[in-house]
Design a binder for this molecule. Sequence first.
Ligand SMILES: O=C(CO)[C@@H](O)[C@H](O)[C@H](O)[C@H](O)COP(=O)(O)O
Ligand SMILES: [Zn+2]
Length: 186
Amino acid sequence: MASYLRRHREVLDQLHQLELPLNEAASRCVQSLKAGHKLLICGNGGSAADAQHFAAELTGRYRREREPLAALALTTDSSALTCIGNDYAFEEVFARQVRALSQPGDVLVGISTSGNSPNVLRAVQAAAERGAATIALTGRGGGELARQADVALTVPSDVTAQIQEMHILLIHVLCETIDDAFLGAP
Ligand SMILES: O=C(CO)[C@@H](O)[C@H](O)[C@H](O)[C@H](O)COP(=O)(O)O
Ligand SMILES: [Zn+2]
């Protein structure tokens, strides 16, 4: 336990490096939501859970009471996931939903600790083709996802669990900034 916490803290202590891209990511989300557009969010495994968590903070609420905001996790529709995975390819499960649902002005948030999951990468590419902005939450140096997204939040760690722990922190910072933009500073 003590050594786990120490390693967690070591990564946490470096997270301030992400302040600039974090501000950029937050302002892209706010700009999109204020203009009546939406966030589409995707990832695999633990990052699928993060995608759903993020979307629920916006459609439900984060900390303060406010109007519901438009956000959709692309990980929740088992019929779409199995149809697209079965009939096309697993690499297409998010990208095809992005092509179906995204509009210019939307924001696609791709979450991948390796930065190299092909289905997340294809979702970012499909979003860019649709004129949506793209934000990557990654680790392990960022991978291809960080190179292709408009904004990359790359956690300085090579450990999947630690990267995931920092991703949820970054998501909560984004939620707090979005709340402040809609409600004013508390
Ligand atoms: O939560 C964990 C490991 O902590 C796993 O479920 C993990 O998310 C899965 O192996 C993912 O498929 C990893 O994908 P990615 O983060 O590299 O895109
Ligand atoms: Zn995990």
